[in-house]
Design a binder for this molecule. Structure first.
Ligand code: ZN
Ligand code: ZN
Length: 343
């Protein structure tokens, strides 16, 4: 089979690799779509994310879907030919976090394209059958690949406990900002304010359901928020930009008694933060690490059309053009909202 190997900083080439055999409990999946995630791009562009350093050749890609082509022993829940979305993280299933359902916090987690673990930018991948979720007929494999980023948005909106009629602010309109928007809209948020530095991105957010947009390059965000919410902030503020500036802004944008959900990870680990503002307003701060138990929910939301995630895809590339795909995402950050690779 063919595998797309990242061999160094901004180096990627197609190589021959052995097609894996499914072990008991696993299935072999022929990959159909792989989304390009910000984390993949970081590893490709800089060879690292923070102190997580790429030391060897690696196959990137963790937002994947495909078709089951072979069953390992004891697999009864799937059949050859099933189209599946693949949840990329394999937790131990034995620790207290796993047993209490918080498996995204499992210290033994093995995750696609998290060095040294290989990802899915290759023709075939073996994976535990219980992490391959069968797609209904009306959900495409392209949407199947987008279940992964959508899961982050659903988890974030869930942590924020967004309710019908509430007001929301989302800082950042990258893929995660937009899937958070879709998740909040599906939960019935009434006012959704989106903040970014690019007008094109803000326009895109409006198409997806943002009721107000603020360009932080042109306007003072705090003033604008006060204007929109008659002097108050929003019920829930989501930080998805992962910048120390926007993280520090969050307590000033939340309403008294409101909630802040930190989703984007800044490259700096220490951020100066006004805790007096948090305490005066009795704010709740929550954080999000990936997601848990969200694949069935995401797939149901796509199947019932509660969420239309494919709208975020702006660029589609062929597998052989994976390098071009990554280079385009880097060069044209303003226009590429979400790029996907088709096999
Ligand atoms: Zn991702
Ligand atoms: Zn565990």
């Amino acid at each position: 089979m063919k595998a797309m190997i990242t061999t160094g900083i901004q180096k990627m080439e197609m190589k021959e690799a052995l097609r894996p055999k499914p072990e008991p409990g696993q299935v072999l999946v022929k990959i159909e779509y792989c989304g390009i995630c910000g984390s993949d791009v970081h590893f490709y562009k800089d060879g690292r994310i923070g102190d997580h350093i790429l030391e060897d050749d690696i196959v990137l890609g963790h937002e994947v879907s495909g078709i089951v082509t072979e069953l390992g022993e004891n697999v009864t829940q799937l059949q050859v030919g099933d189209r599946v979305a693949m949840e990329p993280g394999i937790a131990c299933g034995k620790c207290s976090f796993c047993k209490s359902g918080l498996y995204n916090l499992c210290p033994e987690m093995v995750f696609f394209a998290d060095p040294p673990v290989s990802g899915a930018l290759q023709e075939y991948v073996v994976h535990p059958a219980d992490l391959c979720f069968k797609l209904p007929d009306n959900v495409s494999t392209m949407e199947g690949a987008l279940v992964e980023p959508l899961s982050v948005g659903l988890h974030a909106a869930g942590m924020g406990d967004v309710k019908l009629g509430q007001s929301i602010i989302i800082l950042g309109t990258g893929c995660i900002g937009l899937v958070t928007l879709l998740a909040c809209k599906a939960r019935g948020a009434a006012q959704i304010v989106v903040v970014d530095l690019y007008d094109k991105r803000l326009e895109f957010a409006r198409k997806l359901g943002a009721t107000h947009t603020i360009n932080a390059k042109k306007d003072n965000v705090e003033d604008k928020i006060k204007e929109i919410f008659s002097g108050q902030g929003a019920d829930v503020v989501f930080e998805t930009a992962g910048s120390i500036v926007t993280i520090a802004q969050t307590p000033f944008l939340a309403k008294r008694g409101g909630t802040i959900v930190l989703v984007g990870q800044a490259s700096e680990s220490k951020v100066s933060y006004n805790f007096a503002e948090v305490m005066i307003k009795e704010l709740t701060i929550k954080s999000v690490f990936r997601y848990r138990n969200s694949y069935p929910v995401a797939i149901a939301a796509l199947s019932t059309k509660s969420i239309d995630v494919k709208q975020i895809v702006t660029h589609e590339f062929e597998f052989k053009d994976s390098k071009l795909a990554f280079d385009t995402v880097i060069k044209d950050a303003e226009n590429v909202v979400k790029g996907v690779i088709r096999f």
